[in-house]
Design a protein around this ligand. Structure first.
Ligand code: SAM
Length: 425
């Protein structure tokens, strides 16, 4: 859908990532100028002739934007009723409602700024739920809202048209519209609700779940995965619970809950010390080392370029000691593409720290071939485990995509490993 000028775009991001996002916008959309800026929330003005196409902007690989759309501007007021009336009376909203298109509603709060809340952020706060209830009950009769107030929230349908309210302050809402093109855009605030179950040994469990759900990487039960930088083991745990075989490489200790799992083995070494034949037959590589992105990529390059290594895809965490490393994201993507990975995407995960997640697949078509089984090489540890005990996948342990409690995200023992706190501008 095309919206006539003047055109503004709104974006949400992690608090602290605003300058990185501004840089990304300057690169991807050079005609957009920064307009309004608060921690975790930005707007941009389109200064070029062609109108903004909300479908097209949603299709881009945005690394630092959690959610984005066309901005209809600000509503300010002290009374909820008055703000709700202002929303439905806003001319662009009236035009969308009159067009008869089915609409969904996303109400989210911008990223909280305070340090205690870092990583605990839930974008759909009780205030957002109250606002959404009020908006729905005051909707004009001709508004075709696609759903009732979801008690158990589900993702908006693919390609649905979504009206957005970003609660910048309780008395200051920014309103807009987007088309839910990618998986994260189907959730308020672009936050795929992943759970950190009580048995998870580190927060990296939730990061791995978010990465897999965001990227739709076709990992399947029975696949072999190597994780470099796996201690204490939360991400490995998430992969084990999806039925994978995991070789964890890390000089640090692994939590016994993971170490004792029959489909896990630990190589207590640095990535560079591991013999290359350990990677033969391995389909997926996941990497989460607390070292500089260049060093991470250097270590991986030596593995993926080896002639006997044939990975299908990778999930890499690239830690940013400094935000200005964000300028290098296109170089990081180009480098990984240079290793033969055609489909490379990046995103600053909601559950991650001062870092980005890079997901790479050899070919896009592999997304559809995820469930294909390949024969085991004889004499490998995986073949031995399979012979002794066929892997039992516990379906109940696979994190469901439609559960909501992002508030389950609690500080975990690997906090000390995580990147330094984000600076606030
Ligand atoms: C953020 S923690 C990883 C958290 C882990 N992915 C989890 O799921 O719990 C970073 C880890 O990288 C490991 N590390 C750093 N350099 C490494 C290297 N060159 N090879 C292997 N592991 C490395 C550290 O020992 C540390 O345990």
């Amino acid at each position: 859908m095309q919206i006539e000028p003047p055109q503004f775009v709104f974006m949400t991001c992690k608090a602290g990532a605003e300058s990185a996002l501004k840089h990304e916008v300057a690169t991807l959309e050079p005609d957009w100028r920064p307009s309004f800026s608060r921690p975790g929330f930005l707007t941009f003005k389109n200064s070029s002739e062609p109108s903004i196409d909300s479908q097209r902007i949603g299709e881009k690989n945005w690394t630092f934007a959690h959610c984005l759309g066309i901005s209809f501007g600000r509503l300010a007021g002290d009374q909820l009723r008055e703000l709700v009336r202002g929303f439905w009376d806003q001319p662009a909203i009236v035009a969308l409602v009159s067009s008869g298109v089915p609409l969904d509603l996303h109400v989210c709060q911008r990223e909280p700024v305070s340090e205690e809340d870092r990583g605990l952020a839930t974008y759909v706060t009780p205030l957002c739920i109250e606002i959404e209830k009020e908006l729905r009950s005051a909707a004009p009769e001709n508004a075709k809202l696609t759903r009732e107030m979801p008690a158990h929230r589900k993702a908006s349908p693919r390609h649905s048209h979504v009206l957005d309210v970003v609660v910048v302050e309780p008395s200051e809402w920014w309103i807009g519209y987007h088309v839910a093109v990618r998986p994260a855009e189907r959730w308020p605030g672009g936050a795929i609700p992943v759970r950190l179950p009580p048995h998870a040994v580190s927060r990296a469990y939730a990061k791995m779940e978010e990465a897999l759900q965001w990227s739709h990487l076709p990992v399947a039960a029975g696949d072999e995965c190597v994780e470099i930088g796996c201690a204490p083991g939360g991400a490995s745990q998430a992969l084990l619970e999806r039925g994978l075989f995991v070789t964890g490489i890390d000089p640090a200790d692994i939590d016994p809950a993971v170490l004792e799992h029959p489909r896990f083995r630990h190589l207590k070494k640095r990535g560079s010390e591991v013999r290359r034949n350990e990677f033969e037959g391995v389909r997926w590589l996941t990497v989460d080392m607390n070292i500089a992105p260049e060093d991470t990529l250097e270590e991986i390059e030596a593995i993926v370029r080896h002639p006997r290594v044939a990975l299908r895809g990778m999930v890499l965490t690239l830690k940013f000691a400094e935000w200005n490393l964000a300028d290098r994201v296109p170089d990081f993507i180009a480098r990984v593409r240079g290793w033969g990975f055609r489909d490379v995407r990046t995103r600053q995960l909601v559950t991650g720290g001062q870092e980005i997640c890079l997901v790479a697949l050899k070919r896009k078509a592999l997304r559809r071939l995820g469930k294909k089984k390949r024969p085991r090489r004889k004499g490998t540890w995986v073949a031995a485990v399979e012979r002794s005990e066929p892997p039992a996948v516990r379906p109940e342990s696979v994190a469901p995509i439609d559960v909501a409690p992002a508030a389950d995200l609690l500080p975990r023992p690997d906090e000390a490993h995580s990147a330094p706190p984000a600076p606030h501008f």
